[in-house]
Design a protein around this ligand. Sequence first.
Ligand code: AMP
Length: 190
Amino acid sequence: MSTHSPHSTPDSFNEAPLSVNPRAEDAAQSVFIALGSNEGDSTSHLVQARLFLQDISSSPIRASRVYQTEPIGPSDNDFLNAVIRISWNSNPEALLNRLKEQERIQGRPSRYPKWTSRTLDLDIIDFGGLILNNDRLQLPHPAAAERLFVLLPLHDLAPEWYDPVTKKAISELIKKAPEMRIEVGAWQWE
Ligand code: AMP
C-alpha cells in the first residue's frame, strides 16, 4: 500500500529540482556588455577586451561602433566606449566573475575610487532580459538607461531593445538621457 498522502511529493520531484530561473541556466543567453577605457592605450585595451569576449562567447560576437565621450568625474581623458553582444552559456554571476578577472588582467586595480580613470571597465548591460537585484549584480545595469555612452552603441546593435524594467524603448531613452559630448570615434575596430 502506498505511504504517500494526497499531499506528499513523489520521490522523482525531490530528485530533480526544477530550476527557478531556467533562462539563466539553460540555452545560451544573448548578453550585451558595455566596454569603456580612458587610461593607457585605450584602443589596445578595447581590442584585447574584444578578443577576450569572442573567446568566452559560444557564438560569433557583434560589436557596436566605438564612441569617444567626455569623462564623468575628475578625470581629464576622454573615454572610448562600445557595446558588444555575446552568447553566454552559464549564469550571470559566473559572467561577472570572468569580466572582473579580465579587468584585473588588463591592469585595473581591484579597489578604486568610484569615478577614477580606468584601463578597462566591463559592465553587463542586459542578460537576455533578466531582472536581478542582489548585492553583487543588478540587471539590467541600473545606470544604463541614463547614459548616452551605453545607449548609443547599444542602439547600433539592437534598435529594438527596451528596458525590461520600465519597458521604455531605447529610442525614447536616448531622447531623454542627459546631454553629454559624445561622437563616433576617429578610431574604429579594424
Ligand atoms: P564598476 O565600478 O562599474 O566596475 O562596478 C563595480 C561593481 O558593480 C562590480 O564589482 C559589481 O559587483 C557591481 N555591479 C552591479 N551590477 C553590475 C552589472 N550589471 N555589471 C557589472 N557590474 C555590476
